[in-house]
Design a protein around this ligand. Structure first.
Ligand code: PRP
Length: 176
């Protein structure tokens, strides 16, 4: 399944504990909102986390999916991110919860939250399973955060390396 030099960083049990805790925090936050809530899954990496989180919520948001792609070496950070599949629902007058698997440089989430705020939502909050510091370019303030990772490349639980390893139940570090 994985090479012998991969190591488990977050076990599936530990991930599920964090997901449960995050679902509790998110539910507490939104349960008294009178307006609709839309949970947005950023494809592809967040799809497993999103599905697990969604099923543990005590509130029932509408759901939608976006696909954002980032391209390495453009001059301005906005040019690095392209929206390849946009939202299908309107977010005007609604609360939006963006669900990401990982925040790395911060460019994707910075671009996307600014893009969302132009569409008239009441609020935009971000939940990420892993926040990585090593390559951070933009300081992203997460509203709901699973794990904080100083450095390392991680795969599993939706996260890939060249489209491999998304199916793994644990999150593993790969040798660099
Ligand atoms: C990953 C992740 C975030 C983005 C974070 O997506 O899902 O969307 O990178 O990186 P950043 O903070 O440096 O912008 P990726 O482009 O690997 O695509 P995937 O989700 O389809 O695997």
């Amino acid at each position: 399944m994985v090479d012998s030099n991969f190591q488990i960083l977050y076990s599936k049990d530990r991930i599920q504990e964090r997901v449960e805790a995050l679902a509790g925090e998110i539910s507490d936050y939104y349960q008294h909102c009178n307006e609709p809530v839309v949970a947005v899954c950023v494809l592809k990496g967040a799809f497993i986390f999103f599905a697990d989180l969604f099923r543990k919520l005590r509130v029932q948001p509408e759901i939608d999916f976006v696909r954002l792609a980032s391209y390495g070496e453009k001059t301005y950070r906005d040019e690095k991110v392209v929206c390849e599949k946009d939202l299908e629902v309107s977010i005007k007058g609604k609360h939006v919860l963006v669900v990401e698997d990982i925040v790395d440089t911060g460019c994707t989430i910075d671009y996307f939250t600014r893009h969302l705020r132009e569409r008239g939502p009441i609020s935009v909050k971000v939940c990420a399973l892993v926040q990585k510091r090593e390559r951070s370019e933009i300081d992203v303030a997460l509203n709901f955060s699973g794990f904080y990772l100083e450095r390392g490349f991680v795969v599993g639980y939706g996260l890939d390396y060249a489209e491999k390893y998304r199916h793994l139940e644990d999150i593993w570090t790969m040798p660099e």
